[in-house]
Design a protein around this ligand. Structure first.
Ligand SMILES: *Cc1c(COP(=O)(O)O)cnc(C)c1O
Length: 228
């Protein structure tokens, strides 16, 4: 009997594949980040046994022991809000940081990465809804600053990331995903590295995000179960 996690992971993979097929995308062009926050290392191991290599965590304190207890060589993505004073500890554990939400933070991450001899991948977080409770660049800030924001020596900005405003109907999230893609399309020509990637879509709406161009989806509860 496959475990619940194994079954749910397989279902998510099938749904991802079908979403790609609907819009004529290569399924290999979308990466699945299994968001293991609040779940133990044993859950990470179960997903890993099904071939999952990429995991997402949003709090350093929780992630540190979990990563230590997990198989080596996994690809860990930091998807939470990045606190300045934690960057030095985050970078050795996480190869990718999704929540670069200010120019100051980007500069800081780049400097610490240089000191540690690391080349992290980063995503610029966009606050599409202008929500005060969320961090991130406004679309206007990115349109103006994208050259400088992608010219770091150590931090490689790969693309844009969003956590759109909560919508009670998943279908309503589509407009936010379209906005992120169109913003990317407008500014990519001025970005070093081409801003090729879009990190968008969670358990409730990842298929829509894929239809609209996501290259990373961050899926937690659909794989691991409900969080308390
Ligand atoms: C928790 C979290 C996710 C995953 O959410 P689910 O709805 O469980 O898939 C994705 N992205 C971020 C930034 C998160 O904090």
């Amino acid at each position: 009997m496959p475990s619940a996690i194994a079954q749910q992971l397989e279902q998510v993979r099938q749904r991802l594949k079908r979403a790609c097929e609907r819009v004529g995308r290569d399924p290999d062009s979308v990466g699945l980040i299994a968001v293991s926050k609040t779940f133990p290392a044993a859950a990470v191991r179960e997903a890993w046994q099904q071939g999952q290599q990429t995991f997402g965590e949003s709090r350093l304190q929780e992630a540190e022991p979990k990563i230590a207890d997990s198989p080596e060589g996994l690809d860990w993505h930091f998807i939470g809000r990045v606190q300045r004073n934690k960057v030095r500890k985050i970078l050795p554990l996480f190869g990718t940081i999704h929540g670069i939400d200010s120019a100051k933070l980007a500069t800081h991450v780049d400097r610490i990465a240089g000191e540690l001899g690391l080349r992290p991948d980063g995503y610029l977080q966009v606050n599409l809804g202008g929500e005060e409770s969320k961090g991130g660049f406004s679309p206007e800030e990115l349109e103006q600053g994208i050259e400088e924001l992608t010219q770091f020596q150590h931090l490689r900005i790969r693309g844009l990331m969003c956590i759109p405003p909560f919508e009670s109907e998943a279908a309503a999230a589509r407009k936010w995903f379209i906005q992120l893609r169109e913003l990317r399309d407008r500014i990519a020509c001025r970005a070093t590295g081409g801003l090729t990637d879009l990190s968008m879509g969670m358990s409730g709406d990842f298929e829509i995000a894929v239809e609209e161009g996501a290259t990373w989806v961050r899926v937690g509860s659909a794989i691991f179960g409900r969080r308390d």
